[in-house]
Design a protein around this ligand. Structure first.
Ligand code: CU
Length: 380
């Protein structure tokens, strides 16, 4: 997607995803005030884009600055088409603090499946089982040299010594929280989800699915090649991906064999929970006069919200743990699409959209658990 300026509207044409009968596009993290009709989830805020047709979205940017992304949004179609949204500071202004990168680079971390992801998730939903694990993790579409036959197509990021690069890192993986780092290079995180944060210097980041991070990298080393890697963090008993995607940071004008890059040794074990938690605790919004943070000072009500994947007793017929079925919930209440057609109700009864959402919520909370309720909320 072409770079946008903060506050600009923008149009984008969304085509149906090839091979799938219907889809939508979501502008992940764009707040779109008063514009939910162009947000993307089909049958909630828009009709699906049918195969062979297209639909032009109007995307409204407000106070986002930095990196976001878009993706197909029908069940698991986001594993297929997705891309970066880059939002520059408004015309006439610049990045806050001392952020003056010499160049930008988008780094998309992803997952790759050999199976048809839509067939696979349909099977998992019907069966109450875990969805299949990815066949590979990827960095800008390439799995790297730790997978068979992938050395030739490894992703390479070329840099000049002495320059600073703004890496716009997007975790587009379906479910994996990922550690990411570059051998012998510190990273300075300056933005998360298109909002600036107090800069933090780290050896690696931990980025969750759907999240974006703007990270400064200074090319200050003397070898030719350095390994970069993405590796899952998962402190769970559920099946998890345990492979590693690799790529190369390569210095222009330096010599050295590419088969033996300086290896990355600082990534923690996949289940290193303290490390992941410490990293998340370090992230704080930037306090800056040009970017005021309006945090409410008085809290009237505390909300306790538990996000879970429950086990559903289905008399030994399901494919989850101990032949139970998996079912996602918020505070032990799962979601099922309401019988009311929200779009139609809006058109025919002209109820305000918030009222319809409340009605939909009431309808949903009255719904009993059923095995096919692992909905796309697991994704975004
Ligand atoms: Cu999303």
């Amino acid at each position: 997607m072409a770079p946008s300026r903060a506050g600009d509207p923008c149009s984008k044409r969304g085509h149906s995803v090839r091979d799938y009968p219907q889809s939508g596009r979501i502008w992940h993290g764009v707040k779109q005030p008063g514009n939910p009709w162009y947000d993307g989830p089909e049958n909630i805020t828009q009709c699906p884009i049918l195969a062979g047709t297209n639909f032009t979205y109007e995307v409204i940017f407000s106070d986002e600055e930095g990196t976001l992304w878009w993706h197909a949004h029908s069940d698991w179609t986001r594993a297929t088409v997705h891309g970066a949204i880059i939002i520059s500071p408004p015309t006439g202004t610049n990045y806050p603090l001392h952020i003056k990168p010499d160049a930008d680079e988008v780094i998309v971390l992803g997952t790759w499946y050999k199976v048809d992801v839509m067939e696979m998730i349909e099977h998992a939903l019907a069966n109450g089982s875990f969805p299949a694990l990815a066949d590979a993790l990827t960095i800008n579409g390439q799995p790297g040299n730790e997978y068979d036959c992938s050395s030739d197509s490894i992703y390479r990021l070329s840099v000049d010594i002495g320059k600073t690069y703004l890496l716009r890192i997007i975790n587009a993986a379906m479910n994996e929280e990922l550690f990411f780092g570059i051998a012998n290079h510190n990273l300075t995180v300056v933005g998360v989800d298109a909002a600036y944060v107090e800069p933090i210097d780290v050896e690696y980041i931990m980025i969750t699915p759907g999240q974006t991070m703007d990270v400064l990298l200074t090319a200050n080393q003397l070898s030719r090649y350095f390994q970069m890697a993405a590796y899952p963090f998962a402190d769970t008993n559920s099946p998890v991906e345990r492979s590693k995607a690799t790529a190369l940071l390569q210095y222009n004008g330096q010599d050295g064999p590419s088969l033996f890059p300086v290896p990355i040794t600082t990534l923690p074990n996949y289940d290193h929970r303290d490390v992941a938690e410490n990293f998340m605790r370090m992230l704080k919004s930037l306090v800056h006069s040009d970017y005021p943070i309006k945090v409410p000072q008085n809290v009237n009500t505390s909300l306790f919200i538990t996000v879970s994947v429950n086990l559903l007793d289905c008399n030994g017929t399901c494919g989850g743990p101990n032949k139970n079925g998996l079912s996602a919930s918020l505070n032990n209440i799962s979601f099922e699409l309401p019988q009311v057609d929200i779009l139609k109700a809006y058109e025919e009864y002209v109820l305000p959209y918030p009222v319809l959402l409340v009605l939909a919520y009431v309808a949903c909370t009255m719904t009993e658990f059923s095995p096919n309720l692992i909905i796309s909320s697991l994704s975004c």
